[in-house]
Design a protein. Structure first.
Length: 462
């Protein structure tokens, strides 16, 4: 078999394949064997009729059509491997000779993964959150801890956010009481908006004895009528920040020790957040260098992958996409539109990383591949050899190598971008290394109870 590659416009190539007659004759034999199992020939058991008998009975054309249909995908796949083409869409195949007899030749026009330009990738700058921990930051965290030890005290003044009000509340629709929204002596935190937002609006500035009536929509969309009686207004009095309180609220004996520990934990969180922002920002900046449009086949595949991933995660929680759309108030079209926008960014980031790997000579070695298979096999509970066979049979080894290469490209990128804070000041990279107080995924190993907020999760585009 011989093949020739001719570049075309639009990231397409024409792959011209020629299969000699002897090679194709083996495909004809296979076609005749298949037909022999399906066609009954008097005097022969199923599958035992010789080829010459079948040719006389059904003709050569039927077997040749079967051989062409069955063998061309294999010849095409072999030609792809020999030409080392990275195709991203199904081919358009045109048989140019060999329909009736002789050698077979065909053209396959197919779209390949483009090589994109990333001008200026060596001078990228990424902004990360400041690593400074202010006294106000520490005070805020200590106030959160103090709040857990606060005491509610009745006050004689209008209600304001943060107060806890004892109320009688009644909700009804068409004179029928709504049980879940009706209660006496209900303790409600003003500003929490945990029932309906209009309740908080009515209660701000309220005094003991005030009665309110209003209508408000419920989460499911229907409107309900409410009647509320304010019975008590309570303010949360926080304990004084003393050494006695510190020893009661934490593992530390003094306020100074507690503040120092809180500062270290806040710094650990900020380091993790900065690391996440650095990786995310570097990938975004690199992808923004790609001027070419993301190829539609890659975007479509990424959209499908994202929707399937969401569906699987919902299924694991006992839900489905329909319930998710109802709960979030989205339409299917809006969900797909959001997935497509994210997919475009992800595809551009992937293409940019491949170009970066090419530019820097980054490769996936056999040792890298073995280590990745070992890691994956442990995570999946399989033997490495078993996983390798499965990947080879599914023709996924190339994808694994590409993922490893991209991961190494991400590391190179993160190591080489300029890092600044929100004020534009250079950031010392050694300060981004998390302390032992923060885990790899950004969780904080805080004392109990913890006075430190955990960082938000950042999802990468690649």
């Amino acid at each position: 078999m011989k093949s020739v590659v001719e570049p075309l416009e639009g990231n397409k190539v024409k792959l011209t394949v020629e299969v000699d007659e002897q090679e194709f004759d083996r495909a004809l034999d296979a076609a005749f064997r298949k037909i022999a199992r399906e066609v009954r020939i008097p005097g022969f058991r199923p599958g035992k009729a010789p080829r010459r008998v079948l040719e006389a009975r059904i003709g050569k054309d039927v077997a040749r059509e079967e051989a062409l249909r069955e063998s061309l995908p294999g010849f095409y796949a072999l030609a792809l491997r020999e030409a080392d083409l990275d195709v991203i869409a199904p081919p358009e195949i045109d048989i140019t000779s060999g329909h009736d007899s002789g050698p077979v030749a065909f053209d396959a026009v197919v779209q390949v993964r483009p090589n994109v330009a990333i001008p200026g990738y060596e001078g990228l700058q990424v902004t990360v959150p400041s690593l400074e921990v202010s006294e106000e930051d520490v005070d805020h965290q200590l106030d959160r801890l103090r709040s857990q030890f606060g005491e509610l005290v009745i006050v004689n003044r209008p209600a304001r956010d943060g107060d806890h009000l004892s109320i009688d509340i009644k909700a009804y629709r068409h004179e029928q009481t709504i049980e879940g929204l009706t209660a006496d002596d209900y303790l409600y935190e003003l500003g929490s908006e945990s029932l309906v937002p209009q309740l908080d609006e009515e209660l701000r500035g309220a005094k003991v004895g005030d009665i309110f009536r209003f209508n408000a929509p419920l989460p499911e969309g229907e409107e309900a009528s409410f009647q509320v009686l304010v019975k008590e207004v309570k303010e949360k009095k926080l304990p004084d920040v003393t050494d006695d309180w510190a020893s009661e609220a934490s593992e530390f004996e003094t306020v100074g020790e507690l503040r120092a520990d809180t500062r270290e934990r806040l710094l650990a969180v900020k380091r993790v957040q900065a690391q996440l922002a650095l990786r995310e920002g570097a990938l975004t900046a690199l992808a923004e260098l790609v001027a070419e449009d993301a190829p539609a086949p890659l975007v479509d595949a990424e959209v499908e992958r994202r929707i399937q991933d969401l569906s699987q995660r919902l299924k694991a929680q006992g839900a489905d996409l329909t319930q998710y759309l109802e709960a979030t108030g989205q339409t299917g079209d809006h969900l797909v539109s959001e997935a497509r926008a994210a997919a475009v960014d992800a595809v551009k980031a992937d293409l940019a990383l491949r170009s970066l790997a090419d530019a820097q000579g980054i490769e996936c070695s056999d040792a890298d591949l073995e280590a990745e298979i070992e890691r994956l096999s442990q995570r999946m509970g399989q033997k490495p050899a078993q996983l390798r066979r499965a990947l080879e049979q599914a023709d996924q080894m190339g994808a694994v190598r590409s993922d490893i290469r991209n991961s190494k490209a991400v590391k190179w990128l993160v190591d080489h971008v300029d890092v600044v804070d929100e004020e534009g000041r250079p950031v010392d990279r050694t300060q981004l290394v998390p302390s032992p107080a923060a885990s790899a995924d950004g969780d904080v190993a805080a004392t109990t109870p913890s006075p430190v907020d955990e960082p938000e999760t950042v999802e990468s585009n690649a």
